[in-house]
Design a protein around this ligand. Structure first.
Ligand code: ZN
Length: 132
């Protein structure tokens, strides 16, 4: 297993890590198998979505904010970051991508996105390779 580091600069931010994950696959020399990318945090998540138009990321974060506002009168969690926890679970903690010919098998417009919801912070992402 390999640990990647992701430094975030905003409270809510999506950072594409496809290149870093592909680099782990390349360095390990895995030709065929699968990679699991796992985020060991409760206020950050991971997802696969479009990496061509940056407006998609903008719209994504704005819509999440609208669905899960930072302040709600009913929030009880004392740390004050309930919205971060909810958004993290909406995105999920892991993605799995197939590897063929040493390459991540992603659709033409797909990228792997680390999703920060309580930044700025330095985060960890665990990458686990399984060779077939
Ligand atoms: Zn909390």
């Amino acid at each position: 297993m390999k640990t990647l580091q992701v430094k975030t600069k905003q409270r809510d931010q999506m950072i594409e890590i496809t290149g870093q994950v592909q680099a782990v696959v390349r360095e390990a020399g895995v030709d065929r198998g699968a990679v699991t990318v796992f985020v060991p945090h409760t206020t950050a998540g991971i997802t696969i979505n479009e990496n061509a138009d940056p407006d998609v990321v903008h719209d994504f974060l704005m819509q999440l904010d609208e669905m899960v506002p930072w302040n709600q009168p009913f929030y009880l969690h004392g740390e004050g970051n309930s919205a971060s926890h909810v958004k993290a679970s909406m995105m999920g903690s892991s993605v799995t991508v197939i590897i063929e010919g040493g390459q991540l098998q992603l659709g033409t417009w797909q990228g792997i996105w680390f999703c920060e919801f309580d930044g700025p912070r330095t985060r960890k992402v665990w990458v686990r390779l399984d060779e077939a």
